[in-house]
Design a protein around this ligand. Structure first.
Ligand code: LRH
Ligand code: MN
Ligand code: MN
Length: 388
């Protein structure tokens, strides 16, 4: 059995992966949303499910909220509820993609009334952050156009910068603005924040409290994502990850499911660039469980990140550097692949048990009565879904 050194175990012990509240609600494609028994009816129940993932894995001490999906009258009460269950409220995600007014843009809109409304929404999100004790305001903008000539792309970039400046000005000293990019969808011709370069340019002009969010599903197929990770870490601007995996577009599948090797390569760069267990670089999941059970789906996800982090930490960096210096291409690649190919699961199971956690969190969840209880209890009301 591969053993993990005390140094590696100490690093793994610090690992924290934030869960998205929306992963626990029903979601689907534009063709069908399949409801599941026990799905939370409100954000209090979503937080309870997230806490269950943390109880079994010790990996997910915080939950991200999406506003207005998770809007409640009393965020203080939600915060206490989370803390009672041993978790915190984390990133606040704004949402300017489901309001009729934003059909042609929000923070980029040429109509000053609409742009003001979108800015005010973000200021309201900062109020939420003050109540929840959250540090990060995450902004993903569904803005762009479908046809060449439809919009003045340059004017929109200028208005975006002005809007972000106004939002940034309201951040507290310990709060951050995190700007997420995505290359297409819902717009198909141009998107106002399509890539890391645009996000970087925008946040760099704001100041130190503005950083980039890299969602692993938001790139064109074949993109070398680990290169972007390296570059943003190098520039000190990688603020957070939205982890998920994809085969085609923004599939939001379980992280590490579609391409485990890509996840390994990303984590190797995270470790190389000092991004592991670095509070400036938040790890988050951004996934939707359309057909699989949601709580085990989240458990599987955080375990995948943990497992791949362990493998990245096993990389023999000295041997790699020596081979690189010698231009020994095949040895360098072999050293890299050795770490990727190491089965760390037995060592991780043993280590979990030594810390009072289940050796097999997936099995422990299946053996528990949590799922039967929520399926029985959560009847009546409307099950929360993506967008509800
Ligand atoms: C956009 C996105 C963004 C949203 C989430 C629901 O595709 O990745 O992070 O907030 O999905
Ligand atoms: Mn995302
Ligand atoms: Mn996405």
């Amino acid at each position: 059995m591969t053993t993990l050194s005390p140094g590696i175990l100490a690093a793994l012990e610090k690992q924290a992966i934030e869960l998205p509240s929306w992963a626990f609600g029903n979601s689907g494609t534009r063709f069908r949303v399949f409801p599941t028994p026990g799905t939370p009816r409100d954000v209090f129940e979503k937080v309870a499910d997230a806490a269950e993932v943390n109880r079994l894995t010790g990996l997910s001490p915080s939950v991200a909220l999406h506003i207005p999906w998770d809007l409640v009258d009393d965020f203080g009460a939600l915060r206490r509820h989370a803390e009672d269950l041993g978790v915190r409220l984390g990133t606040i995600n704004s949402n300017t993609f489901q309001d009729e007014d934003y059909k042609f843009g929000a923070l980029t809109h040429h109509d000053e009334r609409i742009r003001r409304k979108a800015i005010e929404h973000h200021l309201a999100c900062i109020d939420v952050m003050d109540a929840t004790g959250s540090r990060d305001l995450k902004i993903w903008l569904a803005e762009g156009s479908n046809y060449p000539g439809q919009n003045d792309m340059r004017d929109r970039q200028d208005r975006l910068n002005d809007s972000l400046r106004q939002i940034y000005a309201h951040l507290g000293d310990d709060q951050r603005l995190v700007l997420e990019y995505k290359f297409f969808e819902p717009s198909f011709y141009h998107t106002d924040v399509p890539d890391w370069g645009t996000s970087y340019v925008q946040v760099a002009s704001l100041g130190d409290k503005a950083v980039v969010c890299l969602d692993t599903g938001h790139h064109a197929p074949g993109t070398n994502i680990e290169f972007i990770v390296m570059q943003l870490l190098r520039l000190g601007k990688l603020g957070s990850f939205d982890f998920n995996s994809r085969f085609y577009a923004d599939d939001d599948l379980i992280v590490g499911a579609a391409d485990p090797f890509q996840l390994f390569r990303i984590l190797v760069e995270v470790v190389r660039g000092g991004g592991l267990n670095n509070p400036d670089v938040a790890f988050m999941l951004d996934q939707c469980h359309n057909i699989e059970a949601k709580i085990p789906g989240q458990i599987r996800s955080v375990l995948n990140v943990q497992e791949m982090t362990a493998r990245a930490l096993l990389l023999d960096r000295d041997a790699l550097a020596a081979a690189q210096r010698e231009n020994d291409v095949l040895t360098a690649n072999a050293v890299f692949m050795d770490a990727f190919s190491t089965d760390v699961r037995p060592a991780l199971a043993e280590w979990r048990q030594s810390r009072g956690l289940p050796a097999d969190p997936m099995g422990a969840y299946a053996a528990s009565d949590y799922q039967t209880r929520i399926a029985a209890d959560r009847v009546g009301g409307t099950q929360a879904g993506w967008g509800a």
